[in-house]
Design a protein around this ligand. Structure first.
Ligand code: ATP
Length: 205
């Protein structure tokens, strides 16, 4: 079985990646979610957790031995060397799992949701980059309603992410998600056809 054409779906907090991934999924497109993988690989018994404990200490665990994700996030949020260290632990394992999952796919292409693709400079791993482009006002409003978090918290996360200008340098396709969700159908259908064509050309080249 040949590896499918790999489309990375990226965008900032609350931009609508999961919402759009669901729409592709309803067309039969296999979705790989790097956030889900990132959560799975740090579960008790997984090798990534042992490495994290070695580097960050047992203080990073909750009372029942699970990774305290909030504590870890706080530890690395304002500490760049610690964040880089954590990325060096997690990213190779995440990408190994992405490679494994995509090699098992029997479809011309797959969509891989990678929120921090631009920040982590990993775009070369993919055949094509699709950006969910949403104005900050909508990102903040939608994410704070979804997560029940204060607007300032979402604003701080947003500030730590790549800017729109930075993202635009690396993307191939853009979905403007400042419209109502039900207006996105034809746009997604169009991109779906583009990716089927690309995957076909990819095989023939
Ligand atoms: P994160 O990276 O923060 O997990 P995300 O990019 O996956 O976020 P979603 O969870 O898909 O974003 O969307 C954020 C919120 O905005 C959700 O509650 C979703 O239902 C809502 N939303 C997404 N797109 C639209 C839209 N076009 N109109 C209104 N609400 C939307």
């Amino acid at each position: 079985m040949s590896t499918p054409y790999r489309v990375a779906l990226t965008g900032g907090i609350g931009s609508g990646k999961s919402t759009i991934a669901e729409q592709f999924s309803s067309l039969g497109v296999p979705i790989i979610d790097s956030d889900f993988i990132a959560r799975e690989i740090v579960k008790p018994g997984q090798p990534a957790l042992d490495i994290i404990i070695n580097v960050f200490g047992k203080e990073i665990l909750t009372e029942n031995g699970e990774l305290d994700r909030l504590k870890l996030r706080e530890t690395v949020f304002a500490n760049e060397p610690a964040r880089i260290k954590l990325e060096h632990i997690l990213h190779p394992i995440i990408y190994e799992e992405i490679d494994k999952q995509s090699s098992e796919i029997n479809f011309p292409y797959c969509l891989i949701v990678v929120p921090l693709l631009i920040e982590t400079r990993e775009w070369k791993r993919f055949n094509r980059i699709l950006l969910v482009d949403t104005i900050e006002e909508n990102q903040i409003k939608r994410a704070s309603i979804r997560d029940g978090l204060p607007i300032e918290t979402i604003e701080n996360i947003l500030k730590s992410q790549a800017s729109r200008q930075e993202r635009l340098k690396y993307v191939d396709d853009i979905i403007d998600n400042n419209v109502e969700i039900d207006k996105l159908g034809p746009i997604i259908q169009n991109l779906h056809q583009t990716y089927l064509d690309c995957s076909n050309n990819n095989i023939n080249n």
